[in-house]
Design a protein around this ligand. Structure first.
Ligand code: HEM
Length: 518
């Protein structure tokens, strides 16, 4: 996770470029002299091996000396800008962000090459905030023993297909969502719109806590380490919203690592506080469950499974790993919200989906087992992920041994930005990609069982481990909302209705739609 560039857009100190600009005036002179020297060798590392033949580098997007393309990236939606640049410079090109050279990939062919064939030539490039807030989790680890241990332990009790079938929690969660919507419809006879996100957030939090820890939190919890009682909404904020926006924040020193010695205290304090609060809540929740485990009451959840690795894990690592599966579920909320927005905006599609669900379920409520018979629901899900991938740009990687990508030589040290949105919007691959058209996935060329019709779950060995859970939760939520209610939109989407200040991209203005009982 980690959209380094997205965070240039909002919520950051106003003049975040001024400090580095002033300081780099002097250092820059020295640096430029170094660059002249480096041009005679490999572009970023000085590796002379690459000079033994002609070096074929990707096209370069012109920028300014020292800061490169940082000003162009500021106040834009980065994944859209990357996709626009691909139209001019081709699917693979290079930009500069301060001292970093970043190669941006925008087509599925070259992205598959990076994630599958050239997987072993890359490592994660975590920013300062990510190193604090996303430390010791699977998603930001290099592919090592720690990563393998975590992936193995999360698949068996929680996220693997077998484990998914054993959990009744998702059915309960959906029942609660529907029940709350019915109460809303009953209590607000005057077509009062509902903020679907709020209902999904609180119910999906409950689901993820049960799967991760074995238990939900109830309406509030006293957190000893903080000396505060936090409400359920506050717990959601501390565990999900704050770390996701903190991890997307940029410390300008990420772009100018040679200035790491310059203090940026307010940033460090903010990130540190977010981390402390998150860990304190996690410790309280875990300690409570450890008492249950010690009393011999085992449950089928991630924490119980991880306890078998207790001797090799520190207390903090345990807390961070469990936390990862709680925060991971946020992606499903965003996807369900976008799908419901598009369905409310497109009554014909909504009607088509309603008719399909009625045909498959009759008078019974929709259940996950019926997914294989609902091809239009599957098309709605994949089309929503195509147009609104929760991670439009994957967390940065860097090349650690010279390699080739898309036919270009890429030197060790180069950073790689994988623009999933760019390949989901590629006009060569998709007809009218800017339109939301689920029908495109009804084409017989798409295997109905293929979970990866777009690149939105990533790919290769590090493909999303929560794919099956993401699909089940999102599709069941959409199907149940459509089966029970007819939805109309309160507000049409405005341009730029995208929240880029957190790690997973969401609708900026929460969907306001009116559910009417049939
Ligand atoms: C619609 C739903 C989802 C989408 C679109 C999605 C997307 C992604 C993507 C693109 C990656 C790869 C990141 C990279 O290569 O850098 C990823 C990894 C991951 N996802 Fe998901 N995700 C979803 C749901 C979930 C859920 C529900 C969970 C857990 C409860 C989860 C947990 C993870 C984890 C732990 C990883 C890291 C896997 C590894 O590095 O081995 N995801 N996800």
């Amino acid at each position: 996770m980690g959209l380094l560039m997205e965070s240039l857009n909002t919520n950051h100190p106003k003049h975040f470029l001024v400090i580095p600009l002033v300081i780099t005036l002097f250092i820059g002179l020295v640096w430029m002299i170094t660059i002249r020297k480096c041009n005679l060798t490999s572009p970023t590392t000085g590796n002379k091996n690459m000079l033994s033949r002609t070096y074929s580098s990707p096209p370069v997007v012109p920028g300014l000396p020292l800061i490169g393309n940082l000003l162009q990236l500021k106040d834009t939606i980065t994944h859209e800008l990357f996709a626009n640049w691909a139209e001019t410079y081709g699917p693979i090109y290079s930009i500069k962000a301060g001292a970093s050279t970043i190669v941006v990939l925008n087509s599925s062919d070259v992205i598959k090459e990076a994630l599958v064939t050239k997987f072993s030539a890359m490592k994660r490039k975590n920013t300062y905030a990510m190193k604090i807030l996303l430390a010791d989790i699977m998603a930001t680890s290099d592919s090592n023993e720690y990563h393998k241990m975590a992936r193995r332990n999360v698949v068996t009790p929680m996220l693997g297909a077998g484990a998914q079938r054993q959990h009744p929690h998702r059915d309960n969660m959906i029942d609660n969502v529907v029940c709350r919507l019915h109460s809303h419809a009953k209590e607000n006879s005057l077509d009062q719109p509902v903020t679907l996100r709020r209902i999904l957030q609180t119910e999906i939090l409950g689901l993820s806590l049960k799967q991760a820890l074995g238990m939900d939190v109830g309406s509030s919890k006293y957190i000893e380490g903080l000396g505060e009682t936090l409400s359920r909404d506050e717990i959601y904020k501390v565990l999900v919203l704050d770390p996701l926006s903190g991890a997307a924040e940029v410390d300008w020193r990420d772009f100018f690592p040679y200035m790491r010695w310059v203090p940026n205290k307010s940033f460090e304090i903010r990130i540190g506080q977010t981390e402390t609060r998150r860990l304190q809540v996690m410790q309280t929740l875990i300690e409570e469950q450890q008492k249950r485990i010690s009393s011999g009451e085992g449950l089928n959840c991630y924490l119980d499974r991880l306890m078998s690795e207790r001797e090799t894990l520190t207390k903090t690592q345990l807390a961070r790993l469990v936390w990862e599966t709680i925060v991971g579920i946020e992606t499903t909320i965003g996807t369900a919200e976008w799908a419901m927005y598009e369905l409310a905006e497109n009554p014909k599609c909504q009607d088509k989906l309603y008719r399909e669900i009625q045909k498959v379920c009759g008078n019974n409520k929709y259940t996950e087992e019926q997914y294989s018979g609902t091809t239009y629901l599957s098309a709605v899900f994949h089309e929503t992920l195509r147009k609104y991938p929760p991670f439009p740009v994957l967390p940065l990687r860097y090349i650690y041994e010279d390699t080739q990508l898309g036919g270009y030589d890429i030197a060790a040290g180069t950073e790689i930005a994988i623009n999933i949105y760019g390949c989901n919007m590629d006009k060569k691959q998709w007809d009218s990609p800017e339109e939301w058209k689920p029908e495109r996935f009804l084409d017989s060329k798409y295997d109905p069982k293929d979970l990866y019709k777009t690149m939105s779950f990533g790919g290769g060995k590090r493909v999303c481990v929560g794919t099956s859970q993401g699909l089940s939760v999102t599709c069941t939520a959409i199907a149940s909302c459509i089966q029970e209610f007819q939805w109309s939109l309160e507000q049409r989407r405005e341009e730029e209705d995208i929240n880029t200040s957190t790690l997973t991209i969401q609708k900026l203005k929460p969907l306001l739609a009116t559910p009417r009982d049939y």
